[in-house]
Ligand binder design. Sequence first.
Ligand SMILES: Nc1ncnc2c1ncn2[C@@H]1O[C@H](COP(=O)(O)OP(=O)(O)OP(=O)(O)O)[C@@H](O)[C@H]1O
Length: 576
Amino acid sequence: MLSRILGTYLRPHRLSIAVLILLQLVQTITFLLLPTMNAQLVDRGLLRGSVVDILWIGAVMVGVAAVQVAARMGAQYFGTSVATALGARLRSAIFRRVQDFSVHEVERFGAASLTTRTVNDVQQIQLVTVDGFGSIVSAPIMCVASIVLALQQDVPLTLVLLVFIPLATVTVLVVMARMGPLYGLIQHSVDGMNRLLREQITGVRVIRAFVREDHERRRFGAANEELFQLTMRARRQAAMMFPIVWLLGNVFTVVVVWVGGRRIGSGDLTVGALSAFTGYVILILTSMLIAMYVFLTVPRAQVAARRVCEVLDAAPAPSADGGADSGPRPGHVDLRGAGFRYPGAEEPSLRDITLSVRPGETLAVIGSTGSGKTTLLNLVLRLYETTTGSVLVNGTDVRELDRDALSATVGLVAQKPYLFAGTIATNLRYGRPEATDDELWHALGVARIRDFVAGLPAGLDSVVEQGGGNFSGGQRQRLSIARTLVRRPDVYLFDDCFSGLDYATEAALRAALAPDIAGATTVVVAQRISTIRDADRIAVLDEGRVVGLGTHDELIAGNDVYRAIAQSQLTAQEAL
Ligand SMILES: Nc1ncnc2c1ncn2[C@@H]1O[C@H](COP(=O)(O)OP(=O)(O)OP(=O)(O)O)[C@@H](O)[C@H]1O
């Protein structure tokens, strides 16, 4: 998964990566040159007392060190810019894919997990890219070349390496094998933490109203403790690894100096060669530590890559773009034997629904709570797809319709209105950015909220907080009705959006709305009989089935379910 992501998203940066690798090579060569030059300095300069040799070898060493610094800075720059670009591209790929998700996919992952995957997981992959490219080339070259150069200095001394390297490698492998699964658990725990925080912040009013602060504090404490413990376990493993390898390295250096000292004594080795040898030992140790650090970030990045790929590979909303445009008869909506069962649910929420609505007509849908009214509207917008039968807009199956064309034709005012952070004007123009101020004021007038907005000091430019939190429920509902009116779709779907208004406001709004949307196709879901009694036809839903269809008078006369709803709401005289 990690290699797939890196392969795909790093391809456009091939040139930068090539430069980066080149700079790493230069840096590695300078590292490798210095111990040998140091040996020359000792043997030819210091031991022979040649000032000229000390000066010129010293000058060359300073030059090599300067090249090393420049190469390191360049490599850092290219490494960081490649990783940052990778992060940005990956985030936008996830964002685009999530935009195409069906409602089911969004619910399957959950908003909190999608956020963690977009921000946190991408960051892990970015980290391994910066550190990985910084070392993946240099560490092995440095290690192998140091061994070769050490061999050149002294063969018997190099044999000691054969003990040290396998020991250090086994330590690293054991720790890595234990850390991989831990990182999976950590990311999962971060998800859970995000989910909990989100729930507790959005539900803060309910928590206070039910005096459940202590309970929520305990829930948060438990999740926080779990994340803490897992992170500590991972850190302990990592913390163990570095000192063990350092210790091995130091013991090894002592052995090298001891064996080397004896060989100098017997005349088999020069002092310069021993100093070069210890220099290469340090390089081997450094390259192993660098490799270890990268290996520590790899398991975590692998888990992150798997989670990112799960999102990228998830099926987008079925037959998304490129389908047919809606046909020439604006606003025809037909449900033909439509049925729907939520994924994982035992029973269908809708069964065999056959209904038609034409332009200029209003179909009302009424039924007890949970009878399937919202689900029916979701099918028209293809937020969910029918599991049996079909839904047609303008004579074309919505599954074959271009998503943009469907959105342009059908406008939904949701049961729970959502406003975006911005201003009232940006929210109203959400579906039609080119709408004029006059059109916005007109829509506000129809939605009976014009006076309220006009009374705000900043008017249309008044700030809207995320979710519309600085407005009342009724104000949010009316603003979202105005937002849909500004779009002027051919089909209006009103999902129980008048229930938050008092009777007088609702009556005034409906009176203003009627002429404004006269030629359009309208489907109104409502709980109140008063909202729908003037509709051309009313469909009565019960447990996912249409159990009655007709005008108010016809249903009052012949439909028991409707009559029961009406009688529970109106006085007997009004109902009849
Ligand atoms: N995301 C979901 N996953 C599983 N089942 C769901 C989901 N959403 C709704 N349901 C179920 O589908 C049925 C119909 O729900 P729906 O929201 O369409 O009812 P409704 O008539 O609009 O109710 P209300 O008047 O309370 O808004 C209910 O039994 C509900 O439990």
